[in-house]
Design a binder for this molecule. Structure first.
Ligand code: UP6
Length: 277
């Protein structure tokens, strides 16, 4: 199990975004990320306003917003400053280097200009990292590789997952960690014995977290914050529908749910690091 504190780990990160996320977690005593998967700007902003105080990170799918305008990004950035959270656009890039560099920097959303973190499927091989890094590294951004998924029947397992760790290892300046269901890298999955490997410290952000139901009708599978943070040694719980629910007008209920997940995630972390804190 990973017994160092978030604060201790922040000190050793070379990537500025990895450092920022760990410092934010420590400062706010929250390892909760909320995934705001709603389709109207008004709901998007009002949910972020109420959960903001309880999160280290807000995860977006900016391309599902049906009334998107560039001013939405300014409002998101204002909320990020006001409530002190990191922004993660869950774009899941998966194309050749040249294409992903254009998708990341340009188009309607210009993701690289505002999202501290984004992610990519390792399926194209190292070129996907090279393409994204050419845009993101000069901006101090960080990339997560999808080493595993939360869904039933995922193909991201076994040697695919291990190769994702090896790919990350060759791009340590830009790849800050993984979307995965358990700790990997360093002492853990794919420990190849070298000192540099034992020292490496990838961040593990984990979706598929819910306290009240086991899954949805489309293959999603949920585990509890304790299973994710304590049993599996992950760093951040990512919660969507478990927090914003299906009535977006119930802002007090949404805030209370965020507070509950934050408390459970932090308690599981305190149990994991024990007297180190
Ligand atoms: N997500 C997963 N599983 C993965 C990777 N990403 O659920 O392996 C993303 C989804 C969604 C969020 O795209 O935005 O995490 C989970 O939402 P939920 O909590 O409402 O199920």
């Amino acid at each position: 199990r990973h017994q160092q504190t978030y604060g201790q780990r922040a000190l050793r990160q070379a990537n500025p975004t990895a450092k920022l996320l760990l410092e934010t977690i420590e400062r706010k005593k929250s390892n909760l990320a909320v995934s705001v998967d709603v389709t109207k700007s008004k709901d998007f902003l009002s949910i972020i306003e109420v959960v903001g105080p309880f999160v280290c990170l807000i995860k977006t799918h900016i391309d599902i917003i049906e009334d998107f305008e560039p001013s939405l990004i300014e409002q998101l950035q204002d909320l990020s400053k006001k409530h002190d959270f990191v922004i993660f656009e869950d774009r899941k890039f998966a194309d050749i280097g040249n294409t992903v560099s254009l998708q990341y920097s340009g188009g309607v959303y210009k993701i690289a200009s505002w999202s501290h973190i984004t992610n990519a499927h390792p399926v194209p091989g190292p070129s996907v990292i090279q393409g994204l890094s050419s845009v993101g590294l000069p901006l101090g951004r960080g990339l997560l590789l999808l080493a595993e998924m939360s869904t039933k029947g995922t193909l991201a397992r076994d040697s695919y997952t291990e190769d994702a760790v090896r790919m990350a290892r060759s791009h340590r300046n830009f790849v800050i960690g993984f979307i995965a269901q358990r700790r990997m890298g360093g002492i853990g999955l794919v420990d190849e014995g070298a000192d540099s490997v034992a020292d490496e410290d990838f961040l593990i952000l984990t979706p598929g977290v819910g306290l009240d139901v086991a899954g949805d009708a489309m293959g999603q599978q949920y585990r509890s914050p304790r299973q994710v943070i304590f049993d599996s040694g992950c760093d951040v719980i990512i919660v969507g529908r478990g927090i914003y629910g299906n009535d977006l007008s119930l802002v007090d209920v949404i805030a209370a749910r965020a507070e509950r997940y934050m408390a459970e995630g932090w308690a599981a972390y305190m149990e994991r690091v024990g007297s180190n804190h």
